[in-house]
Design a binder for this molecule. Structure first.
Ligand SMILES: N[C@@H](CCC[C@H](N)C(=O)O)C(=O)O
Length: 277
């Protein structure tokens, strides 16, 4: 039996998207790792299933390329919105995830590209919501990784956007060893469920340069929830306004942390090709 898929990406953070609203799709972790292998499989950062939702327009299920199931994915939410918008043009789409409920709208669309905006809901800032393994002020974590005098590792900020993030503030992101540092922090005991790791360089009050190490996927070109968490972290620390372009290796996302506490993410969608698993 074959399962059709669409290969899509948001700023180069790439996905296989399977429409599972009318078919059973429950792949094993080993199978996901094989599909996700860029040398011998299709290759992707996340596998996405669009499932029927009793309340919303769809439920989005997310697996990382290591086979682990996770709560949500910001860039994939824009791709799923683009996909659903084919049959419900210009609608406000209710897309539920394990990380919470979201609403999305496609602002521009072409045959293989588009721009979508997603209301990602409210950031969760209490230490129990990240979650952390011990009580701590999430605005300034006491996190020791590497040498005690290394300023990079001091007082990052933790934010959950439905999934866990830790944001480090750096002077020059190009000098950070994202792979070495990110992989160390991803599995730090302070984060019992692991963590996505962002390194943020504030350019000005409305521009942030960010690189990311994703839990379960490693370095990716962009992370939607990571961009949201980064803006929230920078604004909490008074380093930026509550809206900014977050520029990642794959390009910029616009993030707005509204006065009602909701975070709005706006950015591109691209369809690469169709295939079958
Ligand atoms: N690429 C995503 C996040 C995917 C999940 C993440 N790696 C996790 O484990 O939480 C995004 O665009 O948000």
């Amino acid at each position: 039996m074959t399962t059709p898929f669409l290969k899509m990406n948001g700023l180069g953070n790439d996905f296989i998207v399977v429409d599972a609203r009318n078919q059973r799709f429950q792949p094993a972790a080993e199978q996901i790792r094989a599909w996700g292998n860029r040398a011998s499989g299709v290759g992707f950062d996340q596998l996405i299933a669009i499932e029927a939702s009793p309340e919303g327009d769809a439920f989005m299920r997310v697996w990382n390329s290591d086979g682990g199931t996770v709560e949500t994915c910001g860039n994939a939410l824009r791709c799923v919105a683009w996909y659903l918008d084919q049959d419900q043009p210009d609608a406000e789409l209710k897309i539920d995830t394990l990380g919470g409920k979201t609403t999305a709208r496609v602002l521009e669309r072409d045959t293989k590209t588009g721009i979508a905006s997603v209301d990602m809901g409210k950031p969760r800032l209490d230490w129990t919501q990240i979650p952390l393994s011990e009580e701590m002020n999430t605005e300034r974590l006491e996190l020791q990784v590497g040498p005690i005098d290394a300023p990079l590792y001091h007082t990052p900020c933790a934010v959950s956007m439905g999934n866990p993030h830790v944001v480090f503030f750096v002077d020059d992101v190009s000098t950070v060893d994202v792979e070495r540092t990110g992989s160390l922090i991803e599995n730090h005991p302070l984060f019992p469920e692991g963590v996505n790791v962002e390194f943020a360089q504030v350019i000005d009050r409305n521009t942030i340069r960010m690189r990311v190490w994703e839990r379960g996927a490693g370095i990716t070109k962009a992370c939607g929830t990571g961009a949201c968490a980064t803006l929230v972290a920078c604004a909490r620390r008074g380093l930026t306004d509550r809206h900014a372009n977050v520029i990642m290796d794959g390009g910029p996302l616009h993030i707005l942390w509204r006065a009602d506490d909701h975070v709005i993410m706006t950015g591109p969608v691209e369809v690469e090709f169709e295939g079958a698993l």
